[in-house]
Design a protein around this ligand. Structure first.
Ligand code: DDQ
Ligand code: CA
Length: 273
């Protein structure tokens, strides 16, 4: 009996070691790059804030001093806003023309850049005075997400492409295909530049892809299903998809929300694998 038990224990050990090796070994596509700390993240909730449940959030970013800039969509309801983080109060509201569907928004210097759905038209606003406004055209299919590293504009158009554009000429400087291992990831939506990576909401999923802007590889995934499920469970049945990532670099705070979500969340990532 002891011999049988010992043999079984040895077998189990070998199986466990094999399983660890299998799970632990990176796929070929990820070899040769500095490994991300984890490949899958869940989150811990730090704080929740009120968010305008009528805001069809399409672009979100931190503006300093506990304010956010937000772009909202839907025809006749699209806007650019400055929002007070603690209260969700809309401090400044610019209503867009009824035929414009607001999308990605980013801040470069004192200028907010915004793109629009199904059009190549975008707008540049003075962050202190939204009525000071210019328009531009870009070369993406249409406008979904925008972000910046302070030099280039990162843009998405709902395909698997991640564009880098010159903020003056809107020339496409670089374009990569977002891929997880060998699979293209379509529906790349709202963007945020964080510590050298481009984080992207994948439309109609509760997932954020952390993308290398160098080659488009998805370095890791963030799963936020719990946020939307909790809202639904609390009776907020009119909510749309997760969308909106904002990063307060100075205080390393991460904010997420969704379209027509009554709440905005500060979260901290927690590795699950
Ligand atoms: N996008 O944000 C994923 C780029 C577009 C979302 C569009 C949602 C459809 C709303 C209904 C439009 C009515 C014509
Ligand atoms: Ca953003």
């Amino acid at each position: 009996l002891i011999a049988v038990a010992a043999a079984l224990a040895a077998l189990l050990l070998i199986a466990a070691a094999y399983a660890t090796w299998r799970v632990g070994s990176p796929p070929a596509a990820l070899l040769g790059r500095p490994a991300a700390a984890s490949r899958f993240y869940s989150f811990d909730l730090v704080r929740e804030y009120p968010h305008d449940p009528d805001a069809f959030t399409q672009g979100l970013l931190y503006g300093g001093n506990d304010t956010l800039f937000e772009s909202t969509g839907l025809y006749h309801r699209s806007s650019v806003r400055e929002v007070e983080l603690p209260t969700g109060k809309v401090l400044v509201h610019h209503q867009m023309d009824g035929d414009m569907f607001g999308e990605g928004l980013t801040l470069l210097g004192d200028r907010l850049f915004q793109v629009t759905w199904l059009k190549n038209d975008g707008f540049i606003y003075d962050r202190h005075n939204f009525t000071k406004r210019k328009s531009f055209t870009h070369k993406m299919r249409d406008g979904w997400g925008l972000a910046t590293d302070g030099k280039v504009l990162f843009g998405s158009d709902g395909s698997s492409k991640l564009y880098q554009m010159d903020p003056k000429s809107f020339k496409v400087m670089k374009m990569v295909t977002v891929k997880y291992q060998d699979n293209e990831v379509p529906n790349i939506n709202e963007l945020e530049y964080i510590d050298g990576e481009v984080w992207a909401n994948v439309w109609q999923t509760d997932c954020i892809a952390r993308v290398s802007p160098e080659d488009g590889q998805v370095l890791s995934w963030i799963f936020l299903h719990e946020l939307r499920r909790n809202l639904l469970n609390s009776g907020y049945t009119n909510i749309d998809v997760l969308n909106g990532i904002a990063w307060d670099e100075g205080n390393r705070r991460l904010f997420v929300t969704g379209k027509l979500w009554p709440k905005l969340y500060e979260i901290k990532l927690r590795p699950v694998v």
